[in-house]
Design a protein around this ligand. Structure first.
Ligand code: AMP
Ligand code: MG
Length: 316
């Protein structure tokens, strides 16, 4: 009997590094050539978005906007405009807890070199944090800053955008079972062929331990944590990468926030926003948003769930 040698229906898994994080792709495909081709296209998206939206690259589109937009409106790609629009929405929703202009102070931190700004440094730049000074002109696809010195950083939202683009490619190619993640931002297409995907929310203080595992299908999941980029300073404080726009300092009160929703652009923005808002105000915001849920682990390691994740009350 002839064996169909070219047909290899199985799970395929690919990894890469881009956007200063690890990219992980797993999907079910009918043959290897298709899987390779599709994976290459999906992974290249993360390098493209990095080229567009990285603040570490002098030649990125975002860096050009940061250099020029205080002087005159700068034309931007439809992708960058879309991310800036969503950032604006999340800022409005969260009363400015999410604010991409936090970079004005955020850039003064160097986590690798374990350096943080002095209180005077922070005070002299704090006035430059204000998302309302980022003016979007949708019709002309341009952006202008109302203030010199304002610096935008999309680290809290760009990975989710890239994950959505990758999922778009997978779906268009006909893939029906997939998991695609970039660091803490993940999307699931379909299920794991008859079973749900199992997504772990890690223990914020123990790398290889899960605080909870969630069986999920067709969902976007984003986690923000104070363990992603941090150092402990001489006073013993954890200096991490999520900054309160009001103080210019790392947010206290929460160790991690996980958001469930439909698309990763939204869940990515919201996870950072809820981290800044804290468990009480964060849950208040999430409970008002249809189709969005949250799991928060606070500084005492207590877990807080949004209303959609509460067990239903028993009937009798
Ligand atoms: P995430 O892991 O999605 O929560 O993103 C964390 C990243 O968001 C940080 O590394 C910063 O680039 C960015 N960020 C920090 N603080 C804020 C803030 N208050 N609003 C928006 N983005 C922020
Ligand atoms: Mg985020």
């Amino acid at each position: 009997m002839l064996l169909p040698t070219l047909v290899q229906a199985q799970w395929y898994r690919y990894t890469d590094t881009a956007m200063t994080t690890s990219i992980d792709l797993e999907f079910w495909a009918e043959d290897r050539a298709f899987a390779e081709r599709t994976a290459n296209r999906v992974l290249s998206v993360f390098h493209q978005v990095d080229q567009q939206m990285s603040r570490y690259r002098e030649d990125s589109e975002l860096s050009r906007v940061n250099r020029e937009a205080a002087g005159h409106p700068v034309k931007v790609s439809s992708g960058l405009l879309r991310v800036l629009q969503k950032a604006r929405m999340v800022s409005d929703l969260s009363n400015g807890a999410f604010d991409i202009s936090f970079g004005s102070v955020g850039y003064l931190y160097d986590y690798r070199a374990k350096q943080q700004p002095t209180d005077e440094d922070i005070a002299s730049h704090l006035g430059q944090i204000n998302y309302r000074d980022i003016v979007l002109d949708e019709e002309n696809s341009s952006v202008a800053y109302r203030q010199q010195g304002l610096l935008v950083d999309l680290g809290g939202i760009a990975k989710g955008y890239a994950v959505d683009l990758g999922v778009g490619i997978l779906k268009k190619a006909g893939v029906r079972h997939a998991r695609l993640s970039a660091g803490g931002d993940m999307r699931l297409i379909g299920d794991r062929r008859g079973r749900p995907w199992v997504v772990g929310v890690r223990d914020p203080r123990t790398e290889d331990r899960n605080a909870v595992v969630l069986p999920l299908v067709d969902t976007a999941v984003s986690t923000s944590g104070d363990y992603e980029r941090f150092f402990i300073d001489e006073a013993g404080n954890r200096i991490h990468h999520i900054i309160a726009p009001g103080t210019g300092k790392p947010v206290r009160g929460v160790q991690s926030v996980t958001i469930l929703g439909e698309d990763a652009l939204t869940t990515d923005g919201l996870s950072t926003a809820v981290f800044v808002l804290g468990s009480e105000q964060g849950l208040e915001m999430i409970n008002r948003l249809p189709g969005i849920d949250a799991i928060i682990i606070d500084e005492h390691r207590r877990m807080h769930y949004s209303e959609g994740l509460q067990p239903p009350e028993s009937v009798n």
